[in-house]
Design a protein around this ligand. Sequence first.
Ligand code: VGL
Ligand code: ZN
Length: 193
Amino acid sequence: MTLISSRDALLVIDVQNDFLPGGALAVPNGDAVVPLINRLSALPFGAVVATQDWHPPSHVSFQTSEPAGPWPPHCVAGTDGAALAAGLDCAPVALVLRKGRSKTVDSYSAFLDNDHASATGLASWLREVGVERVFVTGLALDYCVSATAVDAMNEGFESIVIVDACRGIGPRDEALQKLAAAGVGIAKSAALA
Ligand code: VGL
Ligand code: ZN
């Protein structure tokens, strides 16, 4: 059992309509994470942070942009697709962080843009509230969740991905192997209390 305290943060990554079944960039079974995250967010974390992928129209990552990016257009700022999943309990959320807002650089991680040139301010915010360990959940395991978990570790936090509270786009085992090799911890939600 891992007991949660005020020195722990729960990071809820990109649980947004566009990443749920029927969304513009649907992650298979993405909606399955919602009840698990709702149970976790009620534990005595020092902070619960939710992120939103929040792109301008014709963002660099969109296949419709010139030159074409890797993804179908998704999570355009202010649209219903960019909204947090309706079933997500937002009452415990202390901070909602919107990332990927620059037209020219993407931001998978909640800490740093993909070019590693600019920080979102999340690391300082977490330190300010006394957080030492982060638990990472949400979508997609192999993109934004992984990038966030690795950056958390590089920022000096203990970093643990809660496997059953994540869903990915590609093979799960591959993503988990990469995370473990990078030094990120892997846990199941049932082990947290
Ligand atoms: C994500 C691809 C593009 C994610 C965001 O949240 O994992 N993936 N934008
Ligand atoms: Zn995106």
